[in-house]
Design a protein around this ligand. Structure first.
Ligand code: 5RP
Length: 225
């Protein structure tokens, strides 16, 4: 199976963790797109979804799935999202799709984060994938200097075809290379304190409790409780 087939496999497998009669938290990315397409087949059994990006909202609505504002929902049983890297504790690097802030907000509403990923995302130590950090534009250079001083990381502003990438919240993204994320919780806590940082793409406080990992042998269930 190629990577796209593995994503489709775990997207379908995630239907098993959807709780009927509730609101589902929905992440962002190509793996989640597979989940959204699968979710459409059981849309009558859920109340709706809380979405983590404009892109996911549009896909959900195109399938006729009701999207609720996060402010309308106090608690959801499960949040389903992909990852750029996931370690042996369920900690993740996220934000490759630029949606990390809203992803963390929806994850915070959820009792359980279920990660869906192909096996290429599983790592011993995170940091090979450039760490995404959403920043207030005027703080970008100072946050980049802090990464260099504190961790020896090299931060660059993410660029698209028409200039810097802007998040759904109107901010910039830094991608930080050269990191070894050996203590994800400590690093997330530290970087969150830096003025101008909106969200760091380390998900340690909101780590996955379950990962449905797509492998050539099928879906592997990794539990981190
Ligand atoms: C978006 C994310 C995605 O979950 C992450 O980038 C993985 O994406 P994909 O499923 O396309 O590999 O964090 O901000």
């Amino acid at each position: 199976m190629n990577q796209d087939e593995l994503k489709a496999l775990v997207g379908r497998a995630a239907l098993d963790v959807v709780v009927p009669g509730t609101v589902v938290g929905v992440g962002t990315g190509s793996t989640v797109n597979c989940f959204i397409d699968a979710l459409a087949t059981i849309k009558g059994s859920i109340v709706g979804a809380v979405s983590s990006s404009v892109a996911s909202t549009q896909r959900l609505q195109a399938h006729g799935i009701r999207v609720l504002d996060a402010n309308e929902v106090a608690r959801i049983p499960v949040y389903i999202d992909g990852a750029d890297e996931i370690d042996h504790q369920g900690c993740m690097v996220k934000g490759g799709g630029a949606a990390l802030t809203r992803e963390k907000i929806v994850a915070d509403l959820a009792e359980r984060f279920v990660c869906i990923a192909d096996h290429s995302k599983r790592v011993a130590v995170m940091g090979r994938f450039p760490l995404p950090v959403e920043v207030i534009p005027m703080a970008a250079a100072q946050v980049a200097r802090r990464f260099a001083a504190a961790y020896g990381g090299v931060a660059t502003v993410r660029a698209g075809s028409n200039g810097p990438v802007t998040t759904d919240n109107g901010n910039l993204l830094l991608d930080v290379r050269g990191l070894q994320i050996t203590d994800p919780l400590a690093m997330e806590t530290e970087i969150n304190q830096w003025p101008g940082v909106v969200t760091v793409g380390i998900f340690a406080r909101h780590r996955a409790r379950l990962c449905l990992l797509g492998t050539p042998a099928g879906v592997q269930r990794l539990s981190f409780d």
